[in-house]
Design a protein around this ligand. Structure first.
Ligand code: ARG
Length: 401
């Protein structure tokens, strides 16, 4: 039987050419796998037809946008995950869901190998292949750009020579990856890290210098999950989309960073994640009133480690699973409403309410009705400072000798 390879297929030039390129290099039959993670653009049907037109023997297409929102974006939100304090893991969380579908397709169509369009310099090759190794240990991996010398120039020449049904003239100097959680843009002019991004780079966000009137929004959460916007019930996918639209119109969620790739390279990336950043901001503010202090402090560390694991391609790892269990436990009381104003590139919280809040007005107030007994503070401070005071006494004693 002819060997079969499933290819992660985007519908773009590189993966369209990869279908025939892999076929010629290996003699295998190629099955194209296209997964909708809310990236917008062409319909799955158009992408399926193109895959078949480019020589795929079968095309597997899946609308995974709700699955992606519920099982990948929501955990990222619960963790308030920002890699290196900036990046909401847009591409990093889409790879594991694509991997799930690649493995499913491999089983359905009897494939032995999984192919993807990543280069040998980035994080995504690691995320794909570590995921495949974990979910389908018997499957092999191949990356035509990295392993079969498929360069851009060769791809264009191949598409023209074979008359593939794909545009080869459209020149986009950037490498773009996008889904409902956000958009990532790199390469070209941006590789000079002193160059400011030009306006044409952005798609999910409007320029914050010319914002429309401020937009006030109320986001309701239940156990850390967004459930309503302005009182209207929404699914996580709808919440992200609605905030992409409204926060995007106000220029919220633009991020310009030089980040540390897993493969040891520092690289510059421009992100736009209006919905994700508005949701993370709101969620964090709700945690501020509903999560106990020590739990909240520890959770910040856990969230950071979670972001590193996910960035580093360890989505399916035991430690990531354990951290998920901790994070889920912290979300039990993260229910309530956050009101925020979206304007001029910022999402600023100006009100919060929750039935499960730990904010005690009577303890906090400086007005009459104060139930906090201030006389307890002196003794507390005395004991709190005791250890450092004893140590500093020793320092003075030793220095004096
Ligand atoms: N640097 C990001 C990551 O590793 C995004 C990778 C894809 N970026 C792109 N513009 N194609 O998660």
């Amino acid at each position: 039987m002819t060997e079969r390879i499933v290819l992660a297929y985007s519908g773009g030039l590189d993966t369209s050419v990869a279908i025939g390129w892999i076929g010629e290099a290996t003699g295998a039959e190629v099955i194209a796998v296209a997964v909708d993670v809310g990236q917008g653009g062409e319909s799955l049907e158009t992408i399926r037809q193109r895959a078949l037109g480019c020589g795929a023997v079968e095309a597997y297409v899946a609308d995974a946008s709700d699955e992606f929102a519920n099982e990948y974006c929501v955990p990222t939100l619960k963790a308030n995950a920002l890699y290196q304090g900036h990046y909401p893991l847009v591409s990093a969380i889409s790879r594991p869901v694509i991997v799930k579908h690649l493995v499913k397709a491999a089983r359905e169509f009897g494939a032995t190998t999984v192919a993807h369009g990543c280069t040998g310099k980035g994080n995504d090759q690691v995320r794909f292949e570590v995921g495949i190794q974990t979910l389908g240990p018997d499957l092999k991996c191949i990356a035509p750009v990295r392993d079969l010398a498929l360069t851009r120039d060769k791809a264009i020449a191949f598409a023209e020579e074979k008359g593939l049904p794909i545009e080869t003239t459209k020149k986009n100097p950037y490498s773009i990856d996008q889904n409902v959680w956000g958009r990532a843009v790199e390469t070209g002019y941006l590789e000079d890290i002193w160059n400011a991004p030009t306006k044409d780079i952005y798609d999910y966000t409007a320029t914050p210098e010319f914002p429309p009137a401020p937009d006030e929004v109320t986001i309701s959460f239940e156990a850390g999950v967004p459930v309503a916007i302005d009182g209207i019930k929404v699914t996580p996918l709808q919440a992200i989309k609605e905030l992409n639209r409204r926060a995007g119109a106000q220029g919220v969620g633009r991020i310009d960073v030089v980040e540390d790739r897993l493969v040891g390279i520092k690289s510059r990336e421009i992100y736009e994640a209006p919905g994700a950043m508005a949701l993370i901001t709101a969620h964090k503010h709700l945690e501020d009133i509903t999560v106990e202090r020590e739990q909240a402090r520890f959770k910040a560390t856990v969230g950071q480690r979670w972001a590193e694991l996910v960035y580093d391609g360890q989505w399916f790892s035991p430690l990531k699973r354990s951290l998920d269990a901790f994070i889920d436990d912290t979300q039990k009381y993260v229910s309530g409403d956050i009101r925020m104003v979206l304007h001029g590139g910022q999402a600023i919280v100006n009100g919060r309410r929750s039935e499960t809040s730990l904010y005690d007005f009577d303890l906090a107030t400086y007005d009459t009705g104060d139930t906090f007994d201030q006389s307890m503070a002196r003794g507390f401070i005395e004991l709190w400072g005791m250890s450092a005071k004893v140590a500093s006494g020793r320092d003075i004693r030793v220095a004096g000798k």
